[in-house]
Design a protein around this ligand. Structure first.
Ligand code: FE2
Ligand code: FE2
Length: 279
C-alpha cells in the first residue's frame, strides 16, 4: 500500500544522522516523503540528502528550515537570505524535489485525494511570553537568559530589512497561494514551524518560542481545510490535535536528543493512510 511519509530535522552535519539518512527507505516504491526542513547548513549536504531520497521515493517534498537558510562560515556557498532560498529551490528542482515555489501536488493514495502544500512562512517574534509586548523586549529577555537562536547571527533576511519583514511577505504570498488551491480537497501542509503556538508551550526554554513561528498563521488549520499539519524545528516529535486537526512534529533531531529515547531513530512518520489510533 502506498503511503505519505514524513521526517524533518535530519541535521546531517552529524555523522550519526548522515548514516540514518543513508538507511531511510520507502516501505513501498510508490511512497512519497515530506521533508520539513533542517536537512543541513551546507548546500552540498542538502543536495546529497535530498538527491539520495529523491532516488528512493516516488516523490520528495521539501520545505526549508532555518538551518538551510543560515549563511554558515564553513559553507562555500555564501549566499544570503532570499538569494540563498532561491538557490536551494533551483537545486531541488534539478533533483525533482517539490518546493514551496512549485505548484501544489495532489496525493491520490488511501484516504486521498489531498493537496500537499510545502510552505515557507518563517517567524516574526510574535510567540512571546505572557506580558512581553514587543519583539525588542522579547529579544532582550532572551539575550539576558542566554537563550538566543543562532539565526540572529547567521539567518540573514536580505533583501528584507528584518526576518519578521521577510515573514510578513511570505505569509501574504502563502495565503494567496492557499486561497487559490483546488477547492473541496483537504490539505496536508508542510512547514518547518508549527502553524499554531500551542506546540511551543512545552519548550524547556519558553524564551525560544519567538524563533518558532508566527501568530499570523493561527487559524490556517481551519481556514485551509487541513487534514494534517506536518512540522519540525522544535525537536519534540509527537502527535497533537488542535480544533480536531492533526499536527505531526516529525523531527529526527540531534544525536544527543534521540540517543536516550527507547524508539529507534529515523523512523518515518505515517501521515496517510492515517495510523490506527491506539485503543
Ligand atoms: Fe532542527
Ligand atoms: Fe529548525
Amino acid at each position: 500500500m502506498t503511503s505519505l511519509l514524513a521526517i524533518s530535522d535530519l541535521h546531517i552535519g552529524y555523522q550519526e544522522n548522515r548514516r540514518i539518512v543513508e538507511e531511510l527507505r520507502p516501505v513501498s516504491a510508490s511512497d512519497w516523503l515530506l521533508v520539513a526542513g533542517d536537512v543541513s547548513e551546507k548546500v552540498s549536504d542538502v543536495e546529497w540528502a535530498l538527491g539520495l531520497l529523491a532516488e528512493r521515493f516516488e516523490k520528495v517534498v521539501w520545505a526549508p528550515g532555518n538551518h538551510e537558510l543560515w549563511t554558515h562560515p564553513s559553507d562555500p556557498v555564501q549566499l544570503r537570505g532570499e538569494e540563498r532560498y532561491r538557490h536551494l529551490v533551483e537545486l531541488c528542482r534539478n533533483l525533482g524535489v517539490t518546493t514551496p515555489e512549485d505548484p501544489y501536488l495532489t496525493w491520490t493514495g488511501p484516504e486521498g485525494p489531498v493537496t500537499v502544500a510545502p510552505l515557507f512562512v518563517l517567524y516574526d517574534y510574535t510567540f512571546r511570553m505572557p506580558g512581553v509586548a514587543t519583539k525588542e523586549e522579547a529579544l532582550a529577555i532572551a539575550y539576558d537568559k542566554g537563550v538566543v537562536c543562532t539565526d540572529e547571527m547567521l539567518l540573514h533576511p536580505d533583501p528584507y530589512p528584518t526576518r519578521d519583514a521577510w515573514c510578513e511577505a511570505r505569509v501574504a504570498e502563502t495565503e494567496r497561494r492557499l486561497e487559490a488551491r483546488t477547492p473541496g480537497v483537504p490539505t496536508v501542509l508542510v512547514n518547518h514551524y508549527p502553524l499554531v503556538r500551542d506546540p511551543t508551550l512545552v519548550l524547556y526554554h519558553p524564551e525560544f518560542a519567538i524563533w518558532c513561528g508566527t501568530e499570523r498563521t493561527a487559524d490556517w488549520h481551519l481556514r485551509f481545510d487541513v487534514h494534517t499539519m506536518v512540522y519540525g524545528h522544535l525537536h519534540i516529535p509527537r502527535t497533537t490535535w488542535y480544533d480536531g486537526v492533526r499536527f505531526e512534529e516529525v523531527s529526527l533531531g540531534y544525536p544527543r536528543e534521540w540517543r536516550p529515547r527507547s524508539t529507534p531513530p529515523g523512523r518515518l512518520r505515517h501521515i496517510l493512510p492515517s495510523p490506527q489510533p491506539v485503543a
